[in-house]
Design a binder for this molecule. Structure first.
Ligand SMILES: Nc1nc2c(ncn2[C@@H]2O[C@H](COP(=O)(O)OP(=O)(O)OP(=O)(O)O)[C@@H](O)[C@H]2O)c(=O)[nH]1
Ligand SMILES: [Mg+2]
Length: 329
């Protein structure tokens, strides 16, 4: 594969090249990894910056419906929109891929939209890397907005928050008791809470739920990356397409403020640093699973079992041998 050529075609905004490149970054093969690294490196230095929006919410809350409606609104404004999905359960069920394709049918036909369903990959580290790299590729390809959907279970939403410029939490209208159901940590990472399904019979409940969350948000510690009044809670209806324009206006207002005050760039920088550190950790663990360390570790483990060497001394010996000299802090 001609990586330099692939990079040029991505910069020219060619969708087929983008799709191919994402397939490349999803691959676990060692030679593909090397090519993917080369590609990402080649693409550095362009001055395009997409707005990365993470969107999380429990199954059935309306994430895909929202993304379709919201995405269509943005493409109508002439913006290019990419949709990436992180679904920790897709490895198991395989069901959501088909589901999202049908649920975003209209958006998927848009010339200015690019939808990439979640790959069936099991471990979260791999999914995180793939999604980050896919987002980088979409940014290089000139997309204005990148929406990253994730179902709100386990670690996936923290992971998505850590690769987004804005993080949205989509909630369903519900009784006051359920307010506690949202983990505090997630509330604290949300920039905007959207109460979806504010239509028909659910409209009144949605308005009340929204007021409850607005109250809860006011009780949280003020974050330096927010102007006055943020984070906010709003009602939307993904089906009736109401509240979408307001939500977008709030997102833009927040983004503009963060750009002007340097918080936008600072967040990207901190994320890049986290990513680097995560890659180092992953890389070290991968080396432990490969030869020659794997064999040396197994041999030392036998000695530890026999009582020939202490666990601590054996670990130190292995690390000294394979990581070289390290100094205590
Ligand atoms: N009344 C109403 N129903 C909605 C709205 N948004 C979504 N729904 C319905 O809620 C159901 C689930 O919507 P999805 O968009 O698939 O939800 P999701 O959060 O993407 O679900 P998963 O991908 O399975 O986690 C569908 O039957 C939608 O038609 C809304 O604004 N109002
Ligand atoms: Mg969905």
């Amino acid at each position: 594969m001609d990586i330099a050529d692939l990079g040029k075609r991505i910069l020219a905004g060619e969708r087929r090249a983008l799709a191919r490149a994402i397939t490349l970054v999803e691959s676990g093969r060692t030679d593909h990894r090397a090519q993917a690294r080369q590609l990402i490196e080649d693409l550095r230095g362009h001055d395009r910056q997409a707005l990365r929006i993470g969107l999380s919410g429990t199954p059935g809350v309306g994430k895909s419906t929202f993304i379709e409606g919201f995405g269509l609104m943005l493409t109508e404004q002439g913006l290019k929109v990419a949709v990436l999905a992180v679904d920790p359960s897709s490895a198991r069920s395989g069901g959501s891929i088909l589901g999202d394709k049908t649920r975003m049918e209209r958006l998927s036909r848009e010339r200015n939209a690019f939808i990439r369903p979640s790959p069936s990959q099991s471990h979260l580290g791999g999914v995180a890397r793939r999604t980050r790299e896919a987002a980088d590729l979409c940014e290089a390809a000139g997309f204005d907005v990148i929406l990253i959907e994730t179902v709100g279970v386990g670690q996936s939403e923290t992971m998505v928050a850590d690769m987004s410029d804005l993080f949205l939490l989509l909630l369903a209208p519900a009784g006051g008791d359920e307010l506690q159901g949202v983990k505090r940590g997630i509330m604290e990472t949300a920039d905007l809470i959207l109460i979806n399904k504010a239509d028909g019979d659910l409209k009144t409940t949605a308005t009340r739920t929204c007021a409850d969350y607005a109250g809860a948000l006011r009780l949280l510690r003020k974050r330096p990356q927010d102007p006055e009044g943020f984070p906010k809670a709003l009602t939307v209806s993904a089906v009736e397409l109401t509240g979408m324009g307001t939500a977008w206006a709030e997102m833009q207002q927040l983004t503009d403020w963060r750009r002007e005050t340097g918080h936008f760039a600072a967040r990207r920088a901190a994320q890049a640093r986290h990513w680097f550190e995560a890659e180092v950790r992953e890389g070290l663990l991968a080396r432990l699973r490969r030869e020659p360390v794997k064999g040396a570790m197994a041999a030392l483990a036998l000695q530890v079992e026999d009582g020939g060497i202490s666990a601590v001394a054996a670990a130190e010996e292995l690390l000294e041998t394979y990581l070289g000299e390290t100094r205590e802090a």
